[in-house]
Design a protein around this ligand. Structure first.
Ligand code: ADP
Length: 491
């Protein structure tokens, strides 16, 4: 908006009309005092100021305007009929005005000057606005930087108070923070602790995980810089995502050395105990068989029934001890697999026969589905039969209200593998526990009281299949049933 100041109303009127005809918004003031009042209240892009006015002349108005911060930048065009000599013009400029037009006003000249000043002032104001916005943004950024720094400090303080070794790695893979405990296992903030020569290299494993964008979990021995002893630690490094992008990584080393030692002692105890139990049990088994033969008992007598029951229980005990021995063999890497070409279909039907013989015919029904793998596959017959018997025994055991089991086989020529499914319609396994059932001593809590077991059968199965370079797995729906499967490569 433009303010025109003149004590002569007809001058005011003609100038206002001239400017409005060119689409300028115009305001008017009839005296210097009125002009000052308006200029302080409103924002003007330009003031056209008559020099000769009673009371307060144009120069005085301009000088006063230049004293106020709100108005000091507003350009002024002086209008005067008389003071055309140099002295007056100089005073006009000195009082802060930007230009000078003499009366009678040439409308074209005045309009040109108005347009120029008006545009300049508009640009000036726009620039000021941008500058203000920029200043605000800078201030905002500075503030958020301060907040972020205090958040990071707080986070580091928390990592510092953890009982574990803790560190963070930036998106480029460089360690950028370590807590005090780090220095018990590393001399430098940049280097991961030294691992045992037989264990995996932390940096290599982390780089692999970083490329995949996946978290890392490792059990490794790291060397204490003071005692030079290696201690088992569980290393966990987890990515921190921000809007779908990995921002950095947070890692911890948890000392599990005590746990590992206890586990080792337990494995050693199991190994000794199962060996020691096996020998007398074999003798008991032999003596009972001798006794059975010597006594020549009538098959229907109660004594013959007792002997049969004793033999049955001995067989159960034998299976338990053999399983425990298998576990310790797996721990020591001594579970031997003797592969030779065997007809898999024969192994499957042998396993089914064994199950049918040892279970009540009315209580168990095993159906055989799918393409029969009547082919020779390199495998350890006894061990694969053991896996099948385990799957089938579990299928029956964990289906107290259903007696049906289905064994389905698929031969996948393309993938060069055969797959065996054992399906039951029993109690099922909750989703998030399905993977864990193949772990050593794992039993599903919900069913562990109702069904007896040690939770090692599936662990042994998965180790046997692993050694055959195959896979094991399960899919299951609670209260509907489970399908346990294994695959074997054809060659
Ligand atoms: P065990 O049967 O001696 O406990 P396993 O290693 O054979 O040990 O099985 C581990 C656990 O997996 C079992 O305790 C049980 O909770 C679950 N499980 C195995 N097979 C089945 C099945 N067919 N249906 C439901 N749960 C099963």
């Amino acid at each position: 908006m433009i303010l025109i100041v003149d004590d002569n109303p007809s001058n005011l009127y003609s100038l206002q009309k001239l400017l409005e005809s060119k689409n300028f918004h115009v305001d008017t003031a009839g005296s210097g005092e009125e002009a000052l009042g308006k200029a302080l209240k409103n924002d003007y892009a330009l003031i056209i100021l008559d020099v000769q006015m009673p009371d307060m002349d144009g120069f005085e108005v301009a000088e006063t305007l230049s004293d106020y911060s709100k108005t000091k930048e507003v350009p002024i065009i002086f209008l005067s009929a008389v003071n055309t000599d140099k002295k007056f013009i100089t005073r006009g400029y000195a009082s802060g005005a930007k230009d000078y037009v003499t009366k009678p006003v040439d409308p074209e000249i005045l309009l040109l000057k108005v347009k120029t000043f008006y545009n300049l002032q508009e640009q000036n104001m726009a620039m000021k606005k941008t500058q203000q916005n920029l200043e605000l943004e800078v201030k905002g950024r500075r503030e958020s930087q301060v907040t972020m720094k205090s958040q990071i400090d707080h986070f580091h303080l928390m990592l510092e108070s953890l009982p574990q070794i803790a560190f963070t790695v930036n998106a480029e893979g460089n360690i950028d923070f370590v807590n005090g405990k780090w220095y018990e296992y590393s001399d430098s903030e940049q280097d991961f602790p030294e691992t045992h020569p037989d264990d995996l290299n932390i940096l290599e494993e982390f780089e692999r995980a970083r490329k995949k964008g996946k978290s890392l979990e490792l059990e490794i021995r790291i060397k204490n810089v003071h005692s030079q002893d290696y201690r088992y630690h569980l290393l966990r490094v987890t990515p921190v995502n921000d809007e779908g992008r990995i921002k950095n990584w947070v890692g911890t080393f948890t000392d599990i050395d005590g746990q590992k030692k206890a586990e080792k002692e337990k494995d050693e105890f199991l190994s000794i105990a199962s060996h020691e139990l096996k020998t007398p049990l074999t003798s008991i088994k032999a003596y009972i068989q001798l006794l059975d033969r010597k006594l020549k008992l009538d098959k229907d007598s109660s004594e013959a029934g007792f002997v049969a029951k004793a033999q049955n229980q001995i067989e159960k005990l034998n299976t338990l001890i053999t399983d425990l021995l298998d576990v310790s063999k797996i721990e020591n890497g001594k579970l031997k697999i003797n592969k030779k070409p065997v007809n898999l279909e024969n192994v499957i039907s042998n396993a089914i026969d064994t199950i049918l013989q040892t279970h009540d015919e009315n209580k168990v029904k095993i159906e055989r589905h799918g393409v029969k793998p009547d082919i020779l596959i390199p495998l350890d017959e006894i061990r694969i039969e053991q896996v099948l018997i385990n799957f089938l025994t579990n299928a029956i055991k964990y289906s107290p209200n259903n007696n049906q089991v289905i064994v389905t086989t698929f031969v996948d020529e393309e993938a060069e593998e055969v797959r065996v499914n054992v399906t039951d319609f029993g109690i099922g396994i909750p989703d998030f526990k399905q993977e864990a059932v193949f772990k050593k001593f794992y039993r599903v809590e919900e069913s562990s009281l109702q069904f007896q077991g040690m939770g090692i059968g599936l662990f042994i199965c998965s180790e046997i299949i692993k050694q055959h370079h195959g896979n094991v797995g399960v899919s299951s729906i609670m209260n509907e049933g489970s399908t346990f499967y294994f695959t074997l490569p054809l060659n």
